[in-house]
Design a protein around this ligand. Sequence first.
Ligand SMILES: Cc1cc2nc3c(=O)[nH]c(=O)nc-3n(C[C@H](O)[C@H](O)[C@H](O)COP(=O)(O)O)c2cc1C
Length: 85
Amino acid sequence: MEGSEELLELTNSVMHFIKLKKKKNTYRYMKTTIYYFTGTGNSLKIAKSLSEKLDKCELIPIAKVWEDDQLASSTEKVGFVFPLY
Ligand SMILES: Cc1cc2nc3c(=O)[nH]c(=O)nc-3n(C[C@H](O)[C@H](O)[C@H](O)COP(=O)(O)O)c2cc1C
C-alpha cells in the first residue's frame, strides 16, 4: 500500500518518543535508586524489601547497566545491594 512504510516509520518514531518521555518522568518521580546484583536471589530479596519500605524507590539490576559508559541517576539517594563472593 502506498505510503504505508512512511506511516510505519512515523508510528515507530512517535512510540519511541513516548517511551523516552515515560522513562524521563519515571526518573523524575523517583526519590531513591537501588542498584542490585544477585546470584541466587538473596540480595534481590533484600533490595525488594528495602524498596518497599522506602518512598518512591526504583530497583535497577546492575547486570543491566554495568556495561554503560556513563551511569547517571537523578534521584536524591542511591544505594547498592550485592553479596560477598
Ligand atoms: C561462590 C560464593 C562465594 C562466597 N563468598 C563469600 C565470602 O567470601 N564471604 C561471605 O561472607 N559470604 C560469601 N558467600 C555467601 C554469599 O554472600 C551469600 O550466599 C549471599 O546471600 C548470596 O547472595 P545472592 O543470593 O544475592 O547471590 C559466597 C557465596 C558463594 C556462592
